[in-house]
Design a protein around this ligand. Sequence first.
Ligand SMILES: Cc1cc2nc3c(=O)[nH]c(=O)nc-3n(C[C@H](O)[C@H](O)[C@H](O)COP(=O)(O)O)c2cc1C
Length: 180
Amino acid sequence: MNTLVLTAHPDLSSSSINQRWFKALSNVTGITTRDLTAIGGPAMQFDPTIEQALLQKADRVVLQFPFYWYSSPPVLKAWLDQVLLPGFAYGPGGNKLRGKELMLAISTGGPAESYAADSYNSFSMSEFLAPFQQTANMVGMTYLSPFVLHSAMGSDQALIEDSITSVISHVTTPELPVAL
Ligand SMILES: Cc1cc2nc3c(=O)[nH]c(=O)nc-3n(C[C@H](O)[C@H](O)[C@H](O)COP(=O)(O)O)c2cc1C
């Protein structure tokens, strides 16, 4: 399986979690990683021809990011807007992503129990992530269950080390799609 990991963190050098995931995933055979902030630069500009060619080679695409204001950092939105173009991802002739898999790998500061109707974040993670799920639906990709690390604010080294093993396992495991 050929997996493309797109990492969207505004500053990986200051990251405790996503930097470690990025580095660990970069060393796994069959995985290609891309630091979108480094590639897009301050203007967050992407070359759709390059990005689309990499997507076409991938069987599974992983969007990896820290949860910022209940969504992704803006560089991922810029990438989506510039790369998932008509004639490629949707519309007439836009079938190039059909049959591929989409997976999210996310770290959140909030604990798992806060992502519920009766807690301060009010909604579940799957409710917050619905736009990504529907993006997969729209372009014909199979949306897989996301990998989510909660309580990812501290410098708990054991939590970080465990999460590295878990994220590699999740990203590399063939798995069933999320039930709709
Ligand atoms: C601008 C900003 C917005 C954030 N928004 C959220 C949020 O909506 N929900 C949440 O659980 N954590 C939120 N956090 C916490 C981050 O998700 C957390 O710091 C990050 O996952 C840690 O990963 P890192 O070490 O790779 O930066 C936010 C952090 C920042 C800086």
